[in-house]
Ligand binder design. Structure first.
Ligand SMILES: [Zn+2]
Length: 318
């Protein structure tokens, strides 16, 4: 093979890798026939990802998104299928996953969630809704978030119309007390919400960081080929592994720093000085999950360890 040809091949494979690895906000890609992944624009619009699942007579959308994210996702769903959106599943109560509920209700869909999502909303709302400084939220002219219209407390809750089986699971308290997973056993697709992200997106203040890796361990018992996270790109089972490793390593790293006498203020300072990442002793497997929130995450974990109970219980979700 000529040098020029080898060079071209290197450039081409580099391009493919770049396209695959870089975020593509507001793009839709088919994961398996009848299942589409819509990457939300987290950086500019604060949106979560959405998954569109086609059933025989209707569509299921995973996550309600913020109101303007809901409209974008609904418009995209229409491009791929003319079936009505019957269910919209809130993976958890956070605004970027559930504040669009009222938009979907207006469109005739039924918002659906694990009962824990409703309980979290009762805990944290209307305070957070009132504090949200977003035009799309204010434009709804509501006093608070619209709760999911339908909930279930026994899991898995199953929708099966003969063409496809969709299971809704709760595996315990990780990111929130309501974390719902959506699993398609035949297609081996797992939608994780924010219990598993694919990038430096772990918000931990409402979480139970000590238990979080155990929740992922439960999810890993399923046969999974495609992991569709609440934020970040889609991937395979390595996303579950990486997230779990990051959480275990940051938790152990903080415990070690605490033992050596470091305080919450020390962690904050180390985070700002860029010294925390090395001090926490991460393996290369955790790299994707390390980002600008590392200091905050370490502080939440130290507070959780000091209190000896889940952070969501001590913060009231600050
Ligand atoms: Zn969240």
């Amino acid at each position: 093979m000529s040098n020029a040809r080898i060079l071209l091949m290197v450039i081409f494979s580099g391009l493919v890798a770049t396209v695959f690895l870089t975020a593509q906000p507001n793009s839709v890609r088919q994961i398996v026939p009848g299942v589409w992944f819509r990457e939300g624009d987290i950086e500019k619009q604060g949106h979560c990802n959405n998954v569109i699942i086609e059933m025989k007579d209707y569509l299921i959308v995973v996550d309600a998104n913020f109101p303007d994210g809901a409209r974008l996702a609904a418009a995209d769903a229409k491009k791929y299928s003319n079936k009505p959106i019957k269910y919209v599943f809130d993976t958890h109560h956070h605004g970027d996953h559930a504040y669009g509920n009222a938009v979907w209700t207006q469109m005739g869909a039924t918002t659906l969630a694990y009962a824990g999502v409703l309980q979290e909303m009762k805990r944290y709302e209307p305070k957070r809704w009132a504090e949200t400084n977003r035009k799309d939220v204010k434009d709804l002219s509501r006093a608070t978030a619209e709760p999911p219209k339908q909930t279930f407390d026994k899991t898995p809750f199953v929708l099966d119309d003969g063409t496809r089986r969709v299971e809704f699971h709760f595996f315990g308290w990780a990111h929130t007390r309501g974390d719902g997973f959506v699993y398609l056993p035949k297609e081996q697709v797992l939608c994780t919400g924010d219990a598993v992200t694919n990038g430096p997106y772990n918000f931990m203040a409402d979480g139970n960081v000590a238990n979080w890796p155990n929740v992922i361990a439960n999810a890993k018992k399923l046969s999974v080929q495609h992991v569709l996270p609440g934020h970040g790109r889609p991937g395979g089972p390595e996303v579950l592994d990486g997230e779990q490793t990051f959480l275990r390593e940051i938790y152990a790293g903080v415990a070690k720093l605490r033992k050596s006498g470091k305080t919450v203020d020390d962690l904050t300072k180390m985070g700002m000085d860029g010294k925390l990442e090395i001090a926490l002793g991460f393996s290369p497997k955790s790299k994707t999950w390390i980002g600008k929130s590392l200091g905050q995450q370490a502080v939440v974990i130290m507070e959780e360890q000091q209190a000896g109970k889940p952070h969501g219980e001590i913060s009231g979700g600050k």
